[in-house]
Design a protein around this ligand. Structure first.
Ligand SMILES: [Zn+2]
Length: 117
């Protein structure tokens, strides 16, 4: 269960952030997670495991908001930034080069935590 280990990892990151801010006793309304398009994570499973794994923690009953982050690369030949999922043969739309560097789309990160006021 790939999703379960990811869920536990980002829950720990969220809890650490709360503790660092001295807010571990507050009620969490929602946690926003940015999920790269290239990860093979299924939002439905993340939601399901979040519900299970958050039981008994300060995150219990909070909502998980998932934002999908599109894949983006930078062409090493002309500097153009593009989404290779949307170009023919995944080549640079400006110069047709296949030399590129991944900028985003492969990570999972906690982007924000909202507290109930
Ligand atoms: Zn290019």
């Amino acid at each position: 269960m790939h999703e379960m280990s990811i869920v536990k990892r980002f829950m720990n990151i969220a809890l650490d952030q709360l503790i660092q801010q001295g807010k571990e006793n507050e009620t969490v309304e929602s946690v926003t997670l940015e999920v790269g398009e290239m990860t093979d994570l299924v939002p439905h499973y993340l939601q399901k495991y979040y519900e299970i794994a958050s039981k008994g923690t300060p995150l219990e009953a909070s909502k998980l908001i998932i934002e999908m982050i599109p894949m983006k690369v930078k062409c090493l030949d002309c500097g153009c930034e593009y989404n290779p999922m949307k170009t023919p043969d995944r080549l640079c739309p400006d110069c047709n080069s296949g030399n590129c560097h991944l900028l985003q789309g492969r990570d999972v990160s906690v982007s924000s935590i909202t507290l109930r006021s």
